[in-house]
Design a protein around this ligand. Sequence first.
Ligand SMILES: [Zn+2]
Length: 53
Amino acid sequence: MKFCGLCDQPIQDGEENTTHDKPSASGAGTAVYRHVALCKRVPTQTAQASPRH
Ligand SMILES: [Zn+2]
C-alpha cells in the first residue's frame, strides 16, 4: 500500500499517482508518492498559540 505524501491518505491500486524521489541526507533516499489529483495537504498541528501575559 502506498501512501500519499501530501494528504497522508492511502493510494489505491490503479489510482493515479506520481513518484517523487526524496533525497535524504542520512542515506538512501525514499520514494514519496502523491496523488495526481489535487488532494488536501494534511494540516500541520503546530501550536502557535503562545500565551502572553
Ligand atoms: Zn493525496
